[in-house]
Design a binder for this molecule. Structure first.
Ligand code: G3P
Ligand code: MG
Length: 236
């Protein structure tokens, strides 16, 4: 089961900052998850539509300029990073799940992923572009079929993972609150990977591991890695 740092190692550093990414890399994660919004022609790494929870700034992203956002402190003196800065720091050392929260220009993202493959040591297959906006990821897939998309859901649909298969997704990225073993099995039968958020409790890790879930998004990825290693050695 692969361990993804959720918003970076967000229990150990301010979420979605370069510091949180750096700590995640030090913890030897398999992947990192970040949240991305488009501001002007820039892709910025921040979770909320409003900036006050994660920075010392105020206001709604939609009403702020990129220059203004860059003046804010995102915690411990960290700036709100750009997607490019995050990719440059990771440099292909692990996978990157880019959760798109807001994006008007899909080609802006696709161009950056292709450029990261050419210039930053990434393989395109290391990226997963996920979203709760299934229209958006479907359009991205249509524009470039080589990009892996992850269909996010915080529900248990009647036809389980059928919606993700219909999108030609690589993975279903599901909320642990609504996931059960039947959902996992259904997704696997459709050839989909299953990634689950947000998982930090050992009992949850053990349950998902027993269901053969493919990956989990953790705020404390180092602890999760250690725990999974112990489960692996118990079963050997
Ligand atoms: O991508 C998994 C997870 O991050 C989705 O929910 O709200 O934490 O971005 P959220
Ligand atoms: Mg997210």
């Amino acid at each position: 089961m692969q361990i993804f740092a959720h918003r970076g190692a967000s229990a150990h550093a301010p979420e979605n900052t370069l510091l949180a990414i750096k700590i995640a890399l030090e913890q030897g994660v398999d992947g990192i998850e970040i949240d991305v919004h488009q501001i002007e022609q820039e892709l910025v790494v921040i979770h909320d539509r409003w900036v006050h929870r994660t920075t010392n700034g105020h206001g709604q992203l939609a009403n702020l300029s990129f220059a203004q956002i860059r003046t804010f402190d995102a915690g411990q003196g960290e700036q709100v990073p750009t997607l490019w800065e995050v990719m440059a720091l990771i440099g292909g050392k692990c996978r990157l799940n880019i959760e798109v929260k807001g994006l008007k220009d899909k080609t802006l993202l696709i161009t950056q992923l292709l450029k990261a493959e050419a210039e930053l040591g990434f393989d395109l297959e290391q990226f997963i572009v996920s979203s709760f906006d299934h229209h958006l990821i479907s359009q991205i897939k249509t524009l470039n079929t080589n990009i892996k998309i992850g269909a996010l859901t915080a529900s248990k649909p009647i036809n389980y993972a059928a919606f993700a298969a219909q999108l030609d997704a690589f993975s279903v990225n599901a909320d642990i609150a609504f996931l059960d073993e039947a959902f996992v099995q259904d997704a696997h039968q459709r050839g989909l990977q299953v990634y689950v958020y947000t998982v930090d409790e050992p009992e949850d890790l053990k349950m998902l591991y027993s269901w053969k879930v493919d990956g989990v998004f953790c705020n404390k990825p180092g602890a999760a890695k250690t725990y999974i290693k112990s489960l692996n050695s118990q079963l050997r």
